[in-house]
Structure formats: C-alpha cells, structure tokens
Design a protein around this ligand. Structure first.
Ligand SMILES: Cc1ncc(COP(=O)(O)O)c(C=O)c1O
Length: 423
C-alpha cells in the first residue's frame, strides 16, 4: 500500500521523499531552465518546452482532448517507480503528497480527493454510490461524453429513474443561453444534474459556478464531468462549488494513461456508497479515502501523476492557459479565413477553451481525418457522437505555430481542390 503522511501544502520537491528519487531533480533542473519568459508568443521558450516531450518532430498532435502525451520527466517518474517496485524498494509515492499537490493545483481541500483510473470510473463511483429511486430524474446534456453520462444511463435503467437531456445551443453565444437551456430541463423530480465543465464536442466552458448555485437552491446533486479543465485552465474547486468533480489527468495534465481524479464535497465523503469494497469501506473516519482502497493497482501511474503536477507547476497554470488560448486563437483565425469552414465552438474567452470544432462544406470529417493523417502525419479527433460529424483540434503547450500552419495549409488545399479520390 502507498504510505500515508501529512505534508501540508509544501511542494513535493521540498520533501525528504523527493531527495531519494531522480525525477524530482530533473524537475528542479527544468525549473531553472524555464525561469523568466514564457509569454504566449515567446517561441523560444515554447520550443524548449516542446523539446521536453517525446513527440517526433514530424508529428503534429492535435488530439490532446483524447489523451495528453506525457513529457519525458513523467515517463521517467513512472519508469523509476516501476524499477523500485521490481527491486523491492519501498514505493516513492504517498497519498498525502498527491492529495496536497492536487489541493494546491485545484484550490480544494486535499482530503476530498480520490484517485481512480479515469473520469468514467470516477463518474461511475458517483452514480452507483447515490440512492436513486424510480420516479427520480437525472439531467444531462446533448454534449456529454459516454464516460460522463453512461454511468447515469445505467443507474437510471437499474433504478427505474428517468434520464432527461438538455439541448445546448451550438455554438453557444452567452452563458445565459446555456443556463436557460439547462434550467428548462430541470423539474421538481430532478435529483441529479450531471454535465461537463468543458464539453468534448466543441470545447465550450459551461457556467459551473452558476449551475452549482441553482442546484444548491433546488437540492439537486451536481456531478461535474471535469475531464478536460485541469491542466488546461485555472480551476478553483472552492469557487466552482458542486458536489462531485470527476477528471482525467491523463488528458491536459499530461499524466500517464489511466490516471483519474474524483473530488467530493465534504458532506459526501461519509455518505456516498463505495462501488468497490475493501478494508475500511465503512470506516467513516477515513472520509473520501475509503474510495482509494481499491486493492492492488499500478502505483507507478501515481508517481507519474505527481511528476505531472510538478511539471505543470514549473510551467505555471497561468502561463499554460495563456499559451493554450493563444494557439487556439491562431487556429480559430486561420479556420475563419477558410471558405466553407463552419466553426461550432464558441467565440470569446469566457466560453472557449483549447479545443476548436468545425465542419467543411461538402467534406466528410472522417475522410478528412484520414487524409490529414496519411499525407502529413497529423492526428485529429472526429466527433461522430450524436451524428455531429465535426472535426476537433486541440492545442496544448507542446504545439508550435508551425503545427497549426501545417494543418491550416492542408485544409485550405482541401477547400480548393476537395479530397483526392480514394485508391
Ligand atoms: C468530457 C469527457 N468526459 C469523459 C471522458 C472519458 O474519459 P476517460 O476515458 O478518461 O474516462 C472524456 C474522454 O474523452 C471526455 O472528453
């Protein structure tokens, strides 16, 4: 089992545990290299950041929304942990280090964090752990990912509850429009509202703090699918409110594949039923930590998660968000200049994030995706869900303007000449 020790809010890098490991020294060295600079258009700085990744130079990766490629230091932390386990040394991750790091990153009480494998598992813990009855209603939207809403669909089917879907405006123009759409779907029978902080379909930022207030006033349990924001935007869970926040640090936080996160508001830590029961499942003194008792699992991914949070801290939340938004703005302006491109993501800072979705008149997005991959080694995501048929491009800290030039040039060519016929 991972050892437990309280370290408060100090960075893990300042602890004795870190001194015994190699990867924290690499992070400290990186912090020295990255001092100063880092404005959104400081290309020398961001080229150095890109060199910290294993992405080949001829690869254009624009699908962080599905999985974030880990930087070298995270890969090394995972490997170092696995080597220590194989050498029978004590493992190098403590729950309290992880919880403390998350508490600082997401401005939340460290005691509320649980570390499942992903958002799907986190949301399943929530859906399965509540007492829903027939006649109850759960409200979702028509922009939810299967990982965020299937747990609710399953629980509704089992309990005889009803799943209702709010239709979101697309592209959304104001947060009021979004609030209206969601509030229209709530009824006196609504027990749960479950929706995304940032939608996977269009990268729209939903008004979570306002929705939290509505839910509190109406005694509705609010479960937020926060798969995307941590690592991409500044997230303050204290301000956002809500009952549960589920996330996948293997996306924008660039943690190893299979690292999830669940935050529970204080009242739920002793009330929610665990889905997986092991020692201490009913020990209410453990609070949310009851949900970390998952049997034996791969702890090296947690070493990688800790390294990812430290890497993120070295770059700085605000520097990262500003760079992500800067690249998104370049991409969006380029897309707007192309005839026949219909952008479905919102304009403006308040509602937008690091993902832009669009369709091209007369062009099938899946065929376009295959073309971009085949001809220029560009990785994209097509939102085929709900038959939307949009292409989605994500921008993160390892992307360079040259990546965006490459995709925009090809899209312009396809706009002029169409896709080459197959075969
Ligand atoms: C909004 C959203 N929720 C949930 C998920 C599922 O994430 P995971 O596979 O990490 O559980 C995704 C994955 O893309 C997503 O975009």
């Amino acid at each position: 089992m991972i050892r437990s020790m309280t370290i408060g809010r100090r960075s893990f890098l300042q602890t004795a545990g870190a001194a015994a490991l190699a990867w924290p020294r690499a992070v400290t060295a990186l912090a020295g290299d990255l001092q100063g600079g880092g404005s959104p258009d400081d290309e020398e700085f961001w080229a150095f950041v890109r060199s910290q990744f294993l992405i080949p130079s001829d690869r254009v990766y624009l699908n962080n929304g599905t999985l974030g490629p880990s930087p070298r230091v995270v890969v090394e932390a995972v490997a170092e942990h696995a080597r220590r386990v194989a050498a029978t040394y004590p493992p190098g991750v403590r729950w309290d280090d992880l919880k403390g790091a998350m508490g600082v990153l997401l401005d939340a009480d460290p005691e509320g964090f649980v570390f499942p494998r992903n958002t799907t598992e986190a949301m399943s813990f929530v859906a399965n752990g509540l007492e829903l009855d027939s006649g109850d209603e759960v409200v979702i939207t028509d922009h939810e990912h299967i990982g965020g809403y299937k747990p609710w669909e399953m629980v509704c089917a089992r309990r005889g509850a009803t799943l209702r879907t709010a239709r979101l405006p697309t592209p959304a123009r104001t947060s009021h429009e979004i609030m209206d759409a969601v509030e229209r779907a709530l009824t006196p029978r609504t027990r749960v509202l479950a929706l995304s902080h940032v939608t996977f379909t269009t990268g729209t930022v939903l008004p979570i703090a306002e929705l939290s207030r509505v839910c509190r006033d109406r005694s509705i349990t609010f479960a937020v699918d926060g798969a995307h924001p941590p690592g991409m935007l500044r997230v303050g869970l204290r301000d956002l409110g809500g009952d549960f926040y589920a996330s996948s640090p293997h996306k924008w936080l660039l943690a190893p594949q299979g690292t999830g996160l669940l935050y529970m508001a204080a009242e739920w830590r002793t009330r929610l039923w665990p889905t997986l029961a092991s020692g201490g499942w009913d020990d209410l003194d453990l609070g949310a930590h009851r949900f970390n008792h998952l049997g034996t699992f791969d702890e090296s991914r947690l070493a990688g998660l800790l390294a990812a949070v430290e890497f993120h801290g070295v770059l700085g939340v605000d520097r990262i968000e500003a760079r992500v938004r800067h690249l998104r703005a370049i991409l969006r302006a380029g897309l707007e200049s192309l005839p026949g491109v219909q952008i479905v993501s919102p304009e403006g800072e308040e509602l937008s994030s690091g993902m832009v979705s669009f369709r091209m008149d007369g062009i099938d997005s899946l065929a376009l995706q295959a073309h971009l991959s085949r001809t220029a080694n560009i990785r994209t995501r097509v939102i085929g869900e709900y038959d939307y048929g949009w292409m989605r491009l994500s921008t993160h800290v390892y992307n360079l303007p040259s990546d965006l030039d490459r995709v925009l040039e090809l899209l312009a060519l396809v706009g002029r000449e169409g896709l080459p016929s197959a075969g």
